[in-house]
Structures are given as structure tokens and as C-alpha cells.
Design a protein around this ligand. Structure first.
Ligand code: FPP
Length: 240
């Protein structure tokens, strides 16, 4: 049996379907999604998850209808303004990853402020991926490594998996033990590609706004019942 998952990743999927099923505007689905997120964050703190990584907005999501994008951004802004005190109270250390070029200044500043306020917190590490893509992250690492080689700080022969990992934008994120995706879709969708190499994947049929703390408990029970071999013939309980 596995040890309790230290690092969890969640691809929160199905907000729009949730809204459409109820004949509600799309933004209501995203709003309900934020409510769900708040409950899952609390549950992760209660049960001692060390790292929670959530996919809030992918690089590909920028291709959505501008009205929907602006609604999601407003929600993220609202979340950062209204929740930061609560996150801090729960001893959560907040971080964000992703390319923020298209994100408005107000949100960029709020993200920095949230990171600063919660920097020394020792509880759950909550990382929000915003404008993030796993492939772009690997390109980011590659460019940093090439720069180091050009500056003579590194030799090609010295490059290892650790070098690539340490130069990722997401270098602070551990290997994901348990990757949860909601809404029945069975895809990684460019989320934390480096860290999901040996993740156990749990697909929930529920749409994200319906996913609740009990569903998280079920996902963890499923994880605990599995055997992890990391490509070897031995059962390995520890993170690699
Ligand atoms: C996926 O459902 C959801 C998104 C792309 C956006 C999720 C973002 C939030 C809930 C904002 C939360 C983030 C923070 C930090 C407050 P979908 O829109 O792809 O739904 P569908 O699969 O039914 O089309």
C-alpha cells in the first residue's frame, strides 16, 4: 500500500458543462468552481497534504471567448483579494506559476502580494498554475541551461535530470503523487509534465463544481490501495 500522498495535482475540469446543465451563464460554473476549490484547500490542510497544485488557467485557455476570459480573471482577482487573509490564517504558503504576460497588472500585483504575505508559512504549499503550460516550462528550463553553458557556468556533460528539474519555472513543485482530473476526461492537458512522469492518476466523473472533500477522500483511498513501482519490479512507497 502507498504512503499518504504528499503532493497532489488537480485539473479542475467541467465548470462550463456544470453551468450549461443548469441553463446558467458560463461564469456561474467558474464561480461554483472557486467555491469547490476553497473546500478542497481546507480539506487538504485538515488531512495533512503537503503540496496542492491546481490548474487554474492554461496557455491554451487564452484562446477562449474574451468575455469568458475576463470573467475568469475577475474571479481570480476576487479570490486573491478576499481569500489571502484566510490562506494566511491557515498557514498556507501561496505560489503561482505560468506566463503572466497577458495577465493584467492588478492581478500580477495581487499574486506577488499573496506570495510575499504567505512566504514564511509552513503549512500547505498551494501552487496555482495561471497561463501555464508544461511544454513551455520545459522550454524555459532548456533556455536557462543553454544560457549557463554559454556563460561557462555549466558543461553539457554535467546536465542530468536534476539540472532540468532545477531550472524549471515550477522547480519548487515536487513530483506529483496523485493527479486528479474531474469531469471524466482522461488527459494531462499540458499540466506539470515533468512532475507527472510517475503520478498515479485518478479520474472523477464529477464535474469540478460538484467535486467535494469526500470525493477527495475517495481519490486518496484509491491512491492508497495502489502499488507504485516507478518502472521497476519492486513496490516503492517513497517519492522518487
Ligand atoms: C475548466 O472547466 C476550468 C477552467 C478552465 C477554469 C478554472 C478556473 C477557476 C475555477 C478559477 C479558479 C482559480 C482560482 C485561483 C480562484 P472548463 O471551463 O474547461 O469546463 P468544460 O470542460 O465543461 O468546458
Amino acid at each position: 500500500m502507498n504512503r499518504f500522498p504528499k503532493t497532489i495535482g488537480i485539473i479542475m475540469d467541467g465548470n462550463r458543462r456544470w453551468a450549461k446543465n443548469r441553463n446558467l451563464p458560463i461564469i456561474s460554473g467558474h464561480r461554483a468552481g472557486v467555491k469547490s476549490l476553497k473546500k478542497i484547500v481546507v480539506r487538504c490542510c485538515e488531512i495533512g497534504v503537503k503540496e496542492l497544485n491546481i490548474f487554474a488557467f492554461s496557455t491554451e485557455n487564452w484562446n477562449r471567448d474574451p468575455f469568458e476570459i475576463s470573467g475568469i480573471m475577475n474571479l481570480i482577482e476576487w479570490y486573491l483579494k478576499s481569500e489571502i487573509a484566510e490562506l494566511n490564517k491557515q498557514n498556507i504558503c501561496f505560489k503561482s506559476i505560468g506566463n503572466k504576460h497577458n495577465v493584467k497588472n492588478g492581478i500580477r500585483n495581487l499574486l506577488k502580494r499573496a506570495e510575499k504575505i504567505t512566504f514564511n508559512n509552513t503549512g500547505l504549499k498551494l501552487s496555482v498554475a495561471l497561463g501555464y503550460g508544461g511544454k513551455q516550462d520545459i522550454v524555459f528550463s532548456t533556455k536557462k541551461i543553454v544560457d549557463k553553458i554559454i556563460r561557462g557556468e555549466l558543461y553539457k556533460e554535467e546536465i542530468t535530470e536534476k539540472t532540468v528539474q532545477q531550472n524549471l519555472q515550477s522547480s519548487h513543485i515536487s513530483n506529483i503523487d496523485l493527479l486528479i482530473r474531474t469531469s471524466g476526461e482522461q488527459r494531462i492537458s499540458n499540466f506539470l509534465l515533468w512532475q507527472v512522469a510517475y503520478s498515479e492518476i485518478y479520474i472523477s466523473e464529477k464535474l469540478w463544481p460538484d467535486f467535494n472533500p469526500l470525493d477527495l477522500d475517495y481519490a486518496i483511498s484509491s491512491y492508497l490501495s495502489r502499488e507504485r513501482r516507478f518502472g521497476t519490479s519492486n513496490i516503492i512507497n517513497n517519492d522518487i
